[in-house]
Design a protein around this ligand. Structure first.
Ligand SMILES: Nc1ncnc2c1ncn2[C@@H]1O[C@H](COP(=O)(O)OP(=O)(O)OP(=O)(O)O)[C@@H](O)[C@H]1O
Length: 306
């Protein structure tokens, strides 16, 4: 199946800052794909390159088979995008904005937009400047999806929204993925991502350090709790990708992706190793291990979602 988003070795620097240091990413169709990362990891920069608002210094980025640099206008017609701070003309009413925006899209836009406003219970005749943050976010979402895009890109869509509005947003995303459309969602909200995402990519310091279907990621990642007889005991590291390791006296804690069971047995039989326990980490613990630990960027050929 063709990837909806395909990014290869994308780099972007600003003065004194390497925001993206070689991003590789493939997003398959029909999924809710979450891009997670701490502040400054590079999520917005990547999204701005995908949507044609920024040019990469090097590398290739494609959406729906089109080049993000050369075909950005066509891409913007085909996708929906809600930024972390949607810009709406605040002297207009949602009704007026819908009428104005409809002129850029094929027939049918306005009817679908008005139907979405009713569904979101937005007061369509009130000026944007008199609306709450949640109401504005709903207008931005209705504008972004009324042309029925194949790909919807949302940058921190629920920050600052109340739980009810957040739930409406999230449910509408899952509904979209269920109809074969794709949603790329950037977020810090691990709990809500865990409820809606099919795929997870974790970004750190301008690179993707982990990308996998959420369910597989949870099944393939384990916490190894090791008790030693003495803090100075040396032991063989189990095989697998060590995402993070911490030490506290005689205790060691590892977060390991694709842990090899044979090497765990070797660890258990090592003299000075008193006890080895295995736990399943939460997504939040995996995220923290990836963003605070010493996990390295994944190789390009492994960062594929197709
Ligand atoms: N226009 C710019 N000029 C200079 N530096 C920038 C610019 N835009 C982004 N950066 C820097 O690039 C890095 C990545 O920023 P980016 O906004 O992509 O991160 P993010 O993951 O979206 O963060 P957040 O979750 O806080 O929104 C940061 O160090 C940021 O300061």
């Amino acid at each position: 199946m063709n990837a909806v988003i395909s990014v290869s070795q994308v780099k972007k620097g600003f003065r004194g800052c390497d925001a993206l240091r070689g991003v590789n990413l493939e997003v398959p169709p029909g999924v809710v794909f979450a891009l997670l990362g701490e502040n400054g990891a590079g999520k917005t920069t990547l999204i701005r390159i995908l949507t044609g608002f920024l040019e990469a210094d090097s590398g290739e980025a494609q959406i729906l088979g089109m080049d993000c640099r050369a075909q950005s206008l066509e891409i913007r017609r085909r996708i929906g995008y809600v930024s972390d701070a949607p810009a709406l003309y605040d002297w207009m009413t949602p009704e007026r904005i819908g009428w104005f925006t409809a002129s850029f899209y094929p027939p049918g836009f306005q009817a679908r937009y008005e139907q979405l406003l009713r569904q979101f219970e937005v007061p369509a005749g009130r000026k944007i400047r008199h609306m709450s943050k949640g109401q504005r976010a709903k207008v931005a979402l209705a504008l972004a999806v009324a042309h029925e895009p194949d790909l919807l890109i949302l940058d921190e869509p629920t920050s600052g929204l109340d739980p009810l509005v957040r739930r409406q947003f999230l449910e509408s995303m899952v509904d979209r993925a269920a109809t074969g459309r794709t949603v790329l969602l950037s977020s810090h909200q691990i709990d809500e991502v865990e409820r809606v995402a099919d795929w997870i990519a974790i970004m750190r310091d301008g690179v993707i350090t982990l990308v996998e279907p959420l369910q597989e990621l949870k099944e393939a990642t384990q916490q190894v709790l090791i008790s030693l007889t003495d803090p100075l005991v040396e032991f063989p590291m189990p095989n697998g990708r060590i995402l993070n390791q911490t030490a506290n006296g005689r205790q060691r804690q590892l977060v390991v992706h694709r842990l090899d069971p044979d090497s765990l047995q070797v660890l258990r039989n090592t003299s000075g190793v008193q006890n080895v326990e295995i736990r399943t980490p939460t997504l939040e613990e995996i995220f923290i291990a990836c963003t605070r630990g010493d996990s390295q960027p994944i190789p390009a050929e492994a960062s594929t979602g197709t």
